[in-house]
Each structure stands twice: as C-alpha cells, then as structure tokens.
Design a protein around this ligand. Structure first.
Ligand code: THU
Length: 291
C-alpha cells in the first residue's frame, strides 16, 4: 500500500524515525487485510487549530480532536470508475500532532506510540472497523496492538524499554551515592504516572542514624517535583541477589502504594514485588482510619 504522508504543522517535530513508524504501522494493517500494493492512503499531520476546523466542517463538531478519518467510499475500495487516477485511493487520515503529544504524555506512553496508534486506528476505521460495541472494540484493539508491535511500540516493548530506562537512571544515581561509612552504594529511580523519572542515591552521615536510603531519596524527589502517583520503582546495588530494601523504605513505599518494585543487582538479576508483598499488613493512614 502506498502511504502519502504529509506534515502540515510546525509545532511538534516529526523526525524520520516517527514517520517510518507511522508508515510501518499502517503497512502492517494493510498486510493483515490483504490490501493490494497499488492501494493508497493519505495521512496528514496538522495542529489543533486545523483539526478543529476540519472537525467542524465535516462532522459539525466545533472541538479539537485527535484523529479524523475519511473513507473514500463505504466499502473502502476507492471510486469504482475504470481508469480513474484515484481508483485505488482508500481514504485520508488526519491527526493533530499537538493532541497526540498531549495524550501521549497523559497516558504515559509518549508521543511516538500515540501518533502511530492514531494512524492505525484511523486506517482501521477506513477499512470498516468500529469500536461502538465491546466485541468490536476488542477486535480493533487487538489489531491496533499487532500493528504497534510491528514497529516496536506495543505495550510489552514500551514496558521493557521503560524498565531499561529506570534501571539506567538508578545505575547513574548509584554513581553519586555518598557512602563513606558503609561503602555500600545504592541507586534508585521511580516513575510517575506521566512517565517522569526521579532518581536518588543513599546519602550517609557521620551521625549514622541520619543516613537516608536511595529509595527514599528517589521517592521524596518525586514528591518534591510534583510526581504524585508513582507507578514503578527500581533499586540497584552490588549485591549477590537482587537488593533488598530496608524496613523504613518499605514503609515509605507502602505510603505511596507503589504497584511495581523492581529489585536488581549489577549482574542483572531482578525480582519484582508489589508494595504489599514487600510490607504485608503495613501501617497506612486508610487502615488506621478504619479502626
Ligand atoms: N541502603 C539503601 O540505600 N537502600 C537499601 O535498600 C538498603 C540500604 C543504604 C543505607 C546505607 O547508606 C547503606 O545502604 C548501608 O546500610
């Protein structure tokens, strides 16, 4: 399938990598549905102002939207006129890069996945798929995820990528550990629901009890910078097996109910726990309020 991609906006940078991913996602959908090589789809990237104008003009909805798709004819086959130059044109997809960027940040999976997702979603609509009923939605979601997997933007790839990023941030923080008394350097990194990463290292003190662990420093840094909802914490140290957080840190992890805690060492051994597994029967405010 030929993909005619045009970028008609300047607000968000669209590098060649993203353009290739968009084309890769659309080609996967085309292959899955046996769309012929001569078929063509148009995809135009615009800003919020333009998509609002188009939404108003064609759907009579005066609102910004993320994606609009226009099938050239109902059966998705292009105009049925012999020798018509647009014979194989399936339709057009229009995406707002600004909205894709905003949504990518809100969902925490980033602009790249969002814009490719919207393109694929638009093409599936052109091919006649819908998501009004739950059963239809399930089919559409599976097809979208398959196309995203082909360009390494599916949830499982992003998750692995995110885990690598977190570990990298924790290892970088470990280098800054101030541990002249124990000589035991620890690094931690925590990700908030918007995908922001905050790191911390252990900082010791001549008055030993004042030392603070890497996990707590990372979590407190997240709080200080507005990262309220924490989703994944990664801790790393040079230990035989994955590092084991101290009791005080487990209490702090329980405070913020961090659902995923990835513990690792320098050999790459990892184990994952939930906050409840790390500190069962924890003291939390909601529990004490029930009493
Ligand atoms: N430490 C951490 O930073 N995190 C842990 O999970 C365990 C212990 C630090 C505290 C202290 O600076 C050093 O390791 C030795 O206990």
């Amino acid at each position: 399938m030929f993909i005619n991609l045009e970028n008609n906006q300047k607000k968000i940078v669209l590098d060649t990598g993203i353009k290739e991913c968009i084309k890769g996602g659309l080609s996967t959908v085309a292959k899955l549905h046996g769309i012929k090589d001569t078929a063509e789809v148009g995809i135009t990237i615009v800003d919020d102002k333009k998509i609002r104008e188009l939404n108003k003009k064609y759907r009579h909805i005066d609102r910004i939207t993320d994606v609009l798709s226009f099938a050239l004819n109902e059966d998705g086959g292009g105009p049925d006129i012999p020798d018509c130059p647009e014979k194989d044109l399936l339709g057009d997809i229009v995406i707002s890069a600004e909205t894709a960027k905003r949504q990518g940040e809100e969902f925490g999976h980033g602009f790249e996945r969002e814009v490719v997702y919207l393109a694929v979603h638009g093409l599936l609509h052109i091919l006649g798929f819908n998501h009004e009923k739950a059963a239809e939605k399930k089919i559409m979601r599976a097809k979208e995820e398959e196309a995203l997997r082909a360009v390494k933007l599916s949830e499982e790839y992003l998750e692995k990528d995110m885990e690598k990023k977190l570990l990298k941030a924790a290892l970088a923080a470990k280098k800054n550990a101030y541990a002249p008394y124990s000589g035991f350097k620890v690094g931690a990194a925590v990700m908030s629901c918007s995908g922001r990463i905050f790191s911390g290292c252990n900082v010791e003190n001549a008055s030993y009890g004042l030392s603070c662990c890497a996990e707590r420093n990372a979590i407190f840094s997240a709080m200080a910078n507005g990262g309220k909802v924490l989703e994944v914490l990664c801790v790393v140290a040079d230990t035989k097996g994955p590092v084991e957080p101290c009791g005080a840190c487990r209490q702090v992890i329980a405070e913020f109910k961090i659902p995923r805690i990835i513990l690792s060492n320098l050999k790459g051994d990892t184990r994952e726990f939930t906050w409840e597994e790390l500190l069962p029967f924890a003291f939390t405010l909601d529990r004490s309020e029930q009493d």
